[in-house]
Ligand binder design. Structure first.
Ligand code: NAG
Ligand code: NAG
Ligand code: NAG
Ligand code: NAG
Ligand code: NAG
Ligand code: NAG
Ligand code: NAG
Ligand code: NAG
Ligand code: NAG
Ligand code: NAG
Ligand code: NAG
Ligand code: NAG
Length: 421
């Protein structure tokens, strides 16, 4: 027999769980090949079974075919596993199921479709392996409402060390394409993300990747079209390097938002984004913290968090048509229509540099730097911007500042950011 149809029994955390479904996995030595059901039937239990059978010193292979994923997947405790994706995983559109069953991210009340964890993982998509989130149904359902409960992040990489992913495509992600939670030593390279709405509903919250409790992550050679943040390190992210990437129609590289949980101490330290092409981005690089006053609860409310954010560099960018400030800092983040309290955050921002930019800006705004009166920003530097072409040649580019001390070599502030007090 080419493949065995076995009643799936998987050991999860010492608990024997028997699922009343058949899984199709062809096991050849240390290789588990997931055999697609075909005819649109759900492949999720076969996928779970493959990772249960090939969880150590082994490979899990997806053929050049379409796999349907109708259920959440949790695969953990893997060790020295190669994930080899030659086909497409297409996520199901039963939003009632996903809203009720998506797995918790463990932060911001957000949830995920596939929760993946392991050490010494090599994951390859060969440049064509694809995750298709079937996101249009989510864009239409959310219809511009922010952070809809249960709308799943496609993939979270969790509790992982030494993880490499290469050559994957992610299209029409349901929500953020990826999150990383509690992980270190990751290299994700040659990643394409393309989430675009074909209706009047926007692709809101379709970030490329967000990180939490992570250290030493490199993102190299990414091509992202997503309508929201391309990359967004959040709570307790350190040593993140973003290189040689092309972002189209994104908000840009976002540091944060952070400071959403009142009284909770968090930080972001050592982030460099370099050699970036940004077409039609809102900002090239931006920094955002919640206000110092809690208004509502996460995911769409919060504030009053404490901590620091420092040693951030955005350099060597080629930009086209940036629409709302090449550089931006805002300590005024609030959703749910809340405004004001922009001078209340005590979250300390320092040592943020934007350097060596060329290309075009859609208007005359070089920078909008709004720091909190309760914790002014220090050592903020904008330099090497002579290669930028602004819309107006008759006036000086605007560098709006509030409660900012610029560091040596920076262009000077020449105006103030106006915010609702
Ligand atoms: C990792 O697993 C592969 C089989 O996929 C095996 O050949 C190799 O020896 C393993 N490496 C280690 C360090 O155990
Ligand atoms: C995958 O299969 C299709 C036909 O089913 C073929 O056209 C395509 O070239 C294959 N892709 C790869 C990368 O092998
Ligand atoms: C994280 O992974 C390690 C190694 O696989 C495992 O021993 C540990 O229990 C996991 N921790 C959590 C919180 O899941
Ligand atoms: C969608 O999922 C819900 C909840 O799991 C289930 O009750 C319903 O039958 C599913 N709908 C379809 C069309 O499969
Ligand atoms: C959601 O899940 C709960 C408990 O698992 C169940 O009682 C409820 O009927 C489900 N709702 C939908 C819409 O599937
Ligand atoms: C990760 O890789 C480093 C360097 O190769 C190694 O020292 C460490 O033991 C690895 N971690 C795990 C959990 O395998
Ligand atoms: C950071 O992670 C990379 C793998 O992406 C690894 O090669 C490198 O040794 C790690 N650096 C440190 C300081 O652990
Ligand atoms: C950030 O980088 C500095 C200077 O390279 C280093 O001293 C510090 O330990 C790094 N921070 C973290 C959290 O790794
Ligand atoms: C500012 O950040 C840069 C980049 O991480 C780092 O090299 C530099 O040492 C930092 N400066 C201070 C004063 O910490
Ligand atoms: C710049 O972006 C604006 C807003 O998205 C758009 O209307 C305009 O056509 C773009 N201009 C160029 C030259 O691409
Ligand atoms: C410059 O601004 C004008 C007026 O807002 C706008 O019509 C035009 O498209 C802008 N040019 C570019 C290159 O963005
Ligand atoms: C307002 O902008 C000017 C530069 O035009 C700057 O000197 C001043 O410090 C700014 N005010 C605040 C509150 O930052």
């Amino acid at each position: 027999m080419l493949f065995s149809q076995c009643l799936l029994a998987l050991l999860a955390g010492g608990v024997l769980q028997a699922l009343s479904v058949y899984a199709r996995v062809r096991k050849e030595g240390r290789v588990c090949i997931v055999v697609p059901e075909g005819r649109g039937r759900d492949d999720s239990s076969s996928i779970i079974s493959a990772f249960a059978q090939c969880n150590r010193d082994a490979s899990v292979v997806f053929l050049n075919d379409t796999y349907h994923v109708e259920r959440v997947i949790s695969t953990h405790g893997l060790r020295n596993v190669t994930v080899d994706i030659k086909g497409t995983l297409l996520w199901g559109t039963n939003t009632t199921y996903w809203i009720n069953n998506s797995l918790p991210l463990g932060y911001l009340n957000m949830s995920v479709a596939w929760d993946f964890g392991g050490d010494n993982i090599f994951w390859t998509g060969h440049g064509y392996g694809t995750f298709d989130g079937n996101g249009q149904i989510w864009y239409d359902l959310a219809n511009g409402a922010s952070n809809m409960p249960g709308r799943p992040i496609n993939l979270v990489i969790r509790n992982s060390t030494n993880f490499t992913m290469q050559g994957m495509r992610f299209v029409q992600s349901q929500f953020w394409t990826m999150a990383v939670h509690t992980a270190e030593n990751l290299l994700l390279e040659g990643i394409t993300i393309h989430s675009v709405s074909n209706s009047s509903a926007p692709t809101q919250n379709t970030d490329g990747i967000d990180t939490f409790y992570t250290n030493n992550i490199t993102l190299r050679n990414w091509d992202v079209t997503c309508g929201d943040d391309a990359v967004a390190p959040k709570a307790n992210s350190s040593n993140l390097l973003v290189q040689d990437s092309h972002f189209h129609d994104t908000i840009g590289v976002a540091i944060g938002s952070i400071g959403q949980y009142p009284g909770v101490y968090e930080f972001i330290e050592n982030v460099t984004a370099e050699r970036i092409i940004c077409d039609g981005c809102v900002h090239a690089g931006y920094v955002k913290t919640w206000t110092g006053v809690e208004k509502g609860v996460p995911p769409n409310g919060g504030g009053g968090g404490i901590g620091f954010l420092r040693n951030i560099v955005f350099r060597d960018y080629n930009i086209a048509n940036i629409t709302d400030g090449v550089a931006q800092i805002s300590q005024c983040t609030s959703y749910n229509g809340q405004t004001g309290y922009c001078d209340t955050s005590t979250f300390q921002i320092s040592n943020v540099t934007w350097t060596n930019f060329s290309g075009t800006v859609a208007n005359n705004l070089l920078a909008s730097l709004q720091c909190s009166g309760a914790a002014p920003c220090t050592d903020i530097v904008i330099e090497g911007v002579d290669g930028l072409v602004f819309n107006s040649t008759s006036t000086e580019p605007e560098v709006e500042c509030s409660h900012v001390t610029v560091g040596p070599g920076s262009v000077a502030c020449n105006g103030n950011v106006t915010t609702a007090a």
